[in-house]
Design a binder for this molecule. Structure first.
Ligand code: ACM
Ligand code: ZN
Length: 490
């Protein structure tokens, strides 16, 4: 077993396969996968190379597709080793989130990233389709969402912020932005299906929603003097207009996206206007609530029931745990890992995307050599060190893990690719390969080769040849690195 593992690591392949043996495997493939979970069987494959003959075994087209990715990578890296590769995934959710609200990059960009994702056996593309900086999906029920907020004044998010959040129209030659028509999105869904990727659409609520109130003010809170809270960050959970809009939009979203999961955001609601609002106060009285926070739970539960009545399951950021959440909800841990651990202990399925490890908008190397970013140093090695199943967690409820690329500071396609690669390689390997595969130095060698492959395919990756010693070490500060060197521990 140990020998086989070492050999598996010797292949120039990301994610590393479960097993590589230079010999022909004599066991029956179907027997070999019989003990795996059904979702693992679907993606399992075996490749046997003998001389120039290549044999692929899989029980589904998806399994064959994963095998094709393996062959494509090995060929691109210049080798097709003799013997047998046997492989299947550790997790069923292996994802990347892209924020299309703060900086709209469009259809061709997403298709290109799906090509890379398929090569890495990543299978979930979560698209953050709306936020205060702009609504990106045309709605026939609420056309002003895009007509009034999909274009803004200011090329970058911060220029827009500095200019006091001004939106403009599609025909303004100075306007920046864009949006997807239902036809564009159907094209993306079809492209994703061809690549065995599920697109999870996110419609953010009730926070991060300034643009919704700008387009349709009746979703905003109302003060006792009758004034609307113009410019508010949160939707009003007391107003029926809010639910009417959200349900209409979600219905359109579910018509376009076949995803079993629909992301409803749920993070960072400020709840500032709620205690002052006549509609929120009335809702609290009717429901017997004593704390405005309960209004967030009310909204999440009502939307969850709506989504579930249409045969889908919601995912929400980990804040949804704090205000009473239906047990069918999937919780996505982002404020570190504690939300995921807590949700897991409560019996929820979880997706782990902690900002402690998997935020791809965070610096990947020293501040002085990188484009402006945020957060603590989140180097390739640091991402690779992440283990999504902490001690005590029930692995069967961990759907998987995901890297999140927020785009406030990522205005271009080239910049987005720079932030994504090679860190997406580490996410792919941790999410697909057995937990025991985790030698960071050996992984770095493979990552450098694969960066070369992506560059020849026209991706603008981070330059691994100029990665600082600190980033390569996996430590996050010079202090910690120096201390470790003194102690001779790394
Ligand atoms: C988040 O990063 N606010 C989910
Ligand atoms: Zn209100």
């Amino acid at each position: 077993m140990k020998l086989l593992l070492v050999l598996a690591l010797a292949l120039n392949l990301i994610p590393a396969p479960v097993r590589y043996s230079p010999e022909k495997d004599k066991t029956c493939f179907r027997k070999e996968i019989a003990s795996l979970e059904p979702w693992q069987q679907k993606e399992a494959y075996r490749i046997t190379v003998k001389g120039k003959k290549v044999k692929v075994e899989a029980v589904t087209k998806e399994g064959k597709f994963r095998a094709k990715a393996t062959l494509e990578q090995l060929k691109a890296m210049g080798e097709l080793p003799q013997g047998t590769i046997f492989d299947y995934p550790r997790f069923r959710h292996r994802g990347i989130m892209i924020d299309e609200s703060r900086s709209f990059k469009g259809k061709e960009f997403l298709k290109k990233q799906m090509d890379a994702m398929a090569l890495l056996k990543l299978n979930v593309l979560h698209i953050h389709l709306d936020d205060s900086a702009g609504w990106r999906i045309e709605s026939s029920a609420y056309p002003d969402l895009t007509a009034k907020t999909a274009w803004r004044v200011g090329r970058t998010y911060h220029e827009w912020e500095a200019g006091k959040y001004k939106f403009t129209s599609a025909d303004d030659p100075e306007g920046y932005g864009g949006c997807y028509s239902p036809a564009d999105l159907r094209e993306l869904v079809a492209y994703a299906a061809e690549h065995y990727i599920n697109i999870i659409p996110e419609i953010e609520m009730p926070g991060h929603s300034m643009e919704v109130g700008y387009a349709y003010p009746d979703v905003l809170c109302v003060l006792e003097n009758g004034k609307r809270c113009t410019g508010a960050w949160d939707l009003c959970p007391g107003s029926e207009a809010t639910f009417k809009l959200l349900e209409a939009v979600l219905k359109e979203v579910m018509d376009i996206f076949p995803s079993p999961y629909i992301h409803i955001g749920g993070d960072e609601a400020t709840m500032k206007t709620w205690p002052l609002c006549v509609n929120c106060r009335r809702r609290m009285e009717e429901e017997g609530f004593t704390d405005v926070k309960q209004l967030q739970g009310y909204l999440v539960r009502r939307i969850e029931a709506f989504v579930r009545s249409r045969g889908r399951q919601i995912i929400g950021w980990d804040e949804i745990l704090e205000t009473g959440v239906p047990e069918e909800a999937v919780v996505q841990s982002w404020r570190g890992v504690s939300g995921g651990e807590k949700a897991n202990a409560m019996g929820h399925e979880v997706v782990m995307s902690p900002n402690s490890h998997l935020y791809l908008n965070y610096y990947q190397d020293l501040i002085r050599k990188e484009p402006r970013a945020v957060g603590e140093l989140t180097s390739l090695r640091h991402v690779y060190s992440y283990e999504p199943v902490a001690e005590g967690m029930d692995e069967s409820l961990v759907l998987g893990m995901q890297g999140n690329l927020w785009c406030e500071l990522v205005p271009t396609v080239e910049h987005a690719e720079y932030m994504l690669y090679p860190r997406a390689f580490a996410i792919a390997e941790r999410a697909w390969s057995p937990a025991s595969v985790r030698d960071p130095l050996e992984f770095r060698d493979r990552a450098r080769k694969l960066v070369g492959v992506l560059r020849t395919k026209g991706y603008n990756t981070f330059d691994m040849d100029n990665e600082s010693e600190l980033a390569q070490s996996g430590y996050r500060t010079f202090d910690a690195f120096e201390k470790a060197k003194l102690q001779g521990s790394k």
